[in-house]
Design a protein around this ligand. Structure first.
Ligand code: SF4
Length: 299
């Protein structure tokens, strides 16, 4: 009996991962679509409005024809929250790799995994550390899975810096605005920005990327960070870079900030850009094998 349960659940995990990759590539999550619609309705620049109109039309056509939203279908990461009492633990990574290979063929996804030693495209979006899987174990009996394919245009604009602790939040704010100005239209705005400070090199990079997973309609529970997010968003949108860098009031849809305690002598900061094609799809897999999709309407 335990073997049968495990076999079924691994299949459910693989199927769910495939469905999430397909959903993420073709349909933006509800909160991102709503934010883009709101931006379109309130954009004051004619050129900016035209760009947002094209983006919304792009989303409509992708859904209607069941095609990826963008030609760059990204490099695949998964975020796994695994309940300590979830019945399956073995073989999850392999199931995620199989799901990625299948999605590459069937969605289809553009093969984006290049082995940098051989300079050879692996052809199926898998390879050393790809898909990258972020693991978290918690007290519970279910599993949460997020598929997060991310394109190179926004990834190339990300920044990691070791600021002087003397400058603190003032230095962070300057770095964010300078980085956004330097990026201009390259990350396909309106962007979502994940910003993290404190901790160390690996910690800020992880937190800044994770901040991109927070739904856009979910306020930061830490009041100081919520205030900082609003302040940064206002300053970024005052740059006038606008949708696709062609001018307008919507350069960013949201800024999400997180932090970790820091060493007294260090002030690491990471800034993660996400383009308007902010693809992510999440599901909860229950211990009985039932699946609830959290970001998309399914069925
Ligand atoms: S940055 Fe985003 S929208 Fe622009 S080309 Fe890359 S994946 Fe597509």
């Amino acid at each position: 009996m335990p073997l049968a349960v495990r076999e079924v659940s691994i299949q459910v995990i693989e199927e769910t991962a495939f469905n999430l990759l397909k959903l993420a590539s073709i349909v933006l999550p509800r909160d991102v679509k709503e934010a883009l619609r709101r931006a379109y309705e309130t954009e004051t620049s004619e050129m900016g409005k035209a760009q947002l109109e094209a983006i919304l039309e792009n989303l409509r056509v992708a859904e209607e024809r069941q095609l990826p939203i963008c030609q760059d279908t990204g490099v695949v990461s998964f975020y796994v929250r695994l309940g300590a009492d979830f019945p399956v633990r073995k073989g999850i990574h392999e199931a995620l790799v199989r799901a990625t290979k299948r999605a590459t063929k069937e969605v289809p996804l553009r093969p984006n995994a290049v082995d940098p030693i051989e300079e050879r495209n692996t052809g199926d979006n898998t390879g050393r550390y790809i898909p990258f899987v972020h693991w978290e174990v918690f007290d519970g009996d279910y599993m949460e899975l997020i598929a997060f394919p991310k394109g190179a245009g926004s990834e190339n604009m990300c920044k990691l810096a070791m600021l002087s602790p003397a400058h603190r939040l003032k230095g962070l704010k300057k770095l964010v605005i300078d980085t956004v100005l330097e990026a201009g239209g390259k990350p396909c705005p309106p962007v979502i920005l994940g910003v993290a400070f404190g901790g160390g090199l690996d910690i800020v990079a992880e937190l800044a990327k994770r901040a991109l997973l927070r739904p856009l309609d979910q306020p930061n529970p830490i009041p100081e960070l919520a205030k900082l997010e609003e302040e940064l968003l206002k300053a970024i949108n005052e740059t006038g870079i606008g949708p696709m860098g062609l001018g307008g009031r919507w350069t960013a849809l949201r800024v999400h900030v997180d932090y970790a305690c820091r060493h007294p002598g260090a002030y690491p900061v990471a800034i993660a850009f996400q383009c308007w094609a902010a693809r992510r799809a999440a599901a909860r897999i229950n211990a009985d094998g039932s699946v609830e999709y959290l970001t998309h309407e399914v069925g």
